[in-house]
Design a protein around this ligand. Sequence first.
Ligand code: ADP
Length: 479
Amino acid sequence: MKFFKSVKFRLTVWYLIVMSILLFVFAALSYFTLYHNLYNNLDDNLKNRFIKLRSLLQDVIDNADTDIDIDRERELGEVILVYYPKGLLWKGFGPFIDTSDITPMVQEAAQGAPFFFDITTTYGQEIRFYAAPVIVGESSFVLLVGRYFGEIKAILNRLRTTFILSGLVMIVLAGVGGLFLADRALRPVDRITRTAQKISERNLSHRIEVHSEDELGRLSHTLNQMIARLEDAFRRQQQFTADASHELRTPLSVIQAEATLALGKERKEKEYREALETISQEASYMSSIIDKLLFLARSDIRQEQYSFEEVNLRELIMDLATSIEALAQEKGLEFEMGIVEDLVVRGDQDRLKQLFFNILENAIKYTLQGKVSISVVRKDEEAIIAIVDTGVGIPPQDLPHVFERFYRVDKTRSREEGGTGLGLAIAQEIAEAHGGKIEVESEVNEGSTFSVVLPVYPVAPRDSGKRKSKRKRSSAEDI
Ligand code: ADP
């Protein structure tokens, strides 16, 4: 049954087991302490009485006093017996008892060592005796002082019954109380479960109510943060899908319109050529978006393969410089190489080229006049590759978003320049795969500075272990 498998039930059972053990130990200790105290008291009392009665007995025998003295001295519930050493009763005081079991004890006591013993009378009463020899002049006797101890037994029996009954009641109450407490303590878990059941990928807006700051409160808080992250990831995923569809629909509409128009009626060869050129341009734009999307998708599921090796940054930048210089010249811009230190990083040559190409290409795209420069310097254990332009700049409110997929400050300008809104997202993905990051500072109409920070070799890239190192060739212009 569900209840018997619940934590609530198990907690209560454990609680009851511990409680029962504690109760048992407490009861046993109390019982045995009382037991020993009562019997020790009885024995002490018998011994003291023996000493007193012995001297009285000596006086009685010595002075031939009457027995009345001993009988008068006898306390309530006390039995005093005086025997000859052979086991023959000389005198007895107190209630009559069947003495047949006593004879061997008397003979043993006559040997010299005093001792205690218990006997049961024919009426079932139990008496504890202290027996020891008494020498009076030439004669010797054995004096037995005894007491009924049925009362002690009755006290102990009553205590035992009380312990058993109250123990049972306490266990039942503890069971009910334990169940109630466990139920209260675990109620937040039920709440968490109910909320979790309501959550699906379509509905991530539910949150667990947090009522306390204890362990369960912290758990709820952590789960809420996790759900919020999931919600954010799903939202971005949906946004990304919507953006990607939208981006691909535009060139597709152009292609469709051009083809429909061209096929509408008989046209001149020049017009067909123009239509096909437009179609080809839009198709290659689409193909470039799809390549980039594929790269990002593979990166997301950690399937993008990187081939890590020692990469000399100066050589890599020099390699890129030729194509960048050509692009800059085409736009009438100056391309300047600042300080380029001879630094080595561990990375994938082609991916790193692609990273710098994306940022440099942007710098040229978004600079109308002035210059674009690049520098490589070392700061502590990091190589800082700074790409500075004197371009249009990025407004402060857009700055935190420029690395998001499909985010563009000026959509029309980006589209005119052949931008897809994925260049920086890819650059950031590559930097992170190398254990690095990209920082950006910008001022509108003043220009922007993109700083790529990479760990200098021999410091291994933090993320390198996660990537597969099978070589896969691709050029910067591939994406
Ligand atoms: P795009 O293909 O549109 O260039 P990116 O991801 O490379 O996409 O860049 C995202 C946006 O960031 C660009 O659309 C542009 O608005 C802005 N941006 C990137 N680099 C620069 C720069 N150097 N100067 C000004 N704006 C920039």
